[in-house]
Design a protein around this ligand. Structure first.
Ligand SMILES: [Zn+2]
Length: 284
């Protein structure tokens, strides 16, 4: 049974126990944090960069661009920037480094197995083809996991979570979670605040950089029920760089300069986050 399955069973059947575990984890992580603060040398840091989609899962598409290609390119550019400046202190792990399919739970499992300190999932947004004004919508948003506060946030999570339908045995692996049913999303209300403070901290930094350095319009820091974030055990965010259904944004996301700006924005945010949290992040 995967970590994902264990988490899922806990959340569905043992909610009070999960809360108790969460409190214990936060308390012990706080103790670790205090101890590490007195260490003179820089601690090691593991960053997991998750390029959304891949292989048979194209993600969303514009007229010429595909989400899976943009995500991977920005992920690699971000990794390169980190390697240039922080090679000795930051270990970068990619959930995929080529055009192939990776199960959603496996992405989280890679980060959990590595005991990572931060998880950044990179995506591109789009509105449904029947939605009015889809050609004019634009802007970046950074998500942390939680219960959506609007239908718009829910629909983004539903679209991203729907990739599990491409996985074999997804009903078994995800314990009957239906990515298309709003009722399934109630689980995100429960016991998922272990790393919320640091996740939001990075999300705010990334959002500021995406609007500043990358010049994207500000669609805000948001919360929604993304399975991939929910299954991780460290601070985690999901970035929606811009809307591929907007021709101008698609052009930007398709260009070398645009992708480099997105990567630079995430790198600047990461550098800021590292400077602030120069001790290992909370772990469970
Ligand atoms: Zn996506």
């Amino acid at each position: 049974m995967s970590y994902f399955c264990k988490d899922f069973t806990l959340a569905l059947m043992k909610v009070p126990a999960l809360f108790r575990l969460g409190l214990l984890a936060v308390a012990s992580a706080a103790a670790l944090h205090c101890a590490a603060a007195h260490e003179p040398e820089e601690p090691d840091f593991t960053l997991v960069i998750d390029a959304g989609h891949g292989g048979k899962d194209q993600g969303c598409s514009g007229t010429t661009q595909k989400e899976k290609v943009i995500c991977l390119d920005v992920a690699k550019r971000l990794g390169k920037l980190i390697a240039n400046e922080m090679k000795d202190s930051v270990d970068v792990i990619y959930t995929r480094d080529g055009d192939y399919f990776v199960d959603l739970f496996r992405r989280a499992e890679i980060a959990n197995e590595a005991d990572a300190d931060l998880f950044i999932s990179i995506h591109v947004n789009s509105l449904d083809k029947r939605t009015k004004g889809r050609a004019s919508v634009h802007g970046a948003s950074v998500y942390t996991v939680g219960l959506h506060k609007s239908e718009a946030n829910l629909s983004v999570a539903m679209r991203e979570n729907a990739v599990i339908e491409l996985e074999e045995d997804f009903t078994e692996v995800y314990q009957g979670f239906d990515p298309n049913s709003s009722e399934s999303y109630i689980i995100f209300e429960l016991g998922q605040n272990r790393n919320m403070e640091q996740s939001v901290d990075f999300a705010v930094m990334a959002q500021n950089q995406l609007t500043g350095t990358a010049g994207r319009a500000d669609k805000g820091v948001r919360q929604a029920g993304f399975l991939v974030l929910w299954a991780t055990r460290m601070p985690a965010v999901l970035v929606e760089l811009d809307f591929i259904c907007n021709p101008d944004a698609e052009k930007f996301l398709g260009s070398d300069a645009g992708r480099q700006k997105c990567a630079q924005a995430l790198f600047n945010a990461f550098r800021q986050y590292r400077a602030k949290h120069n001790a290992p992040a909370r772990r469970t």
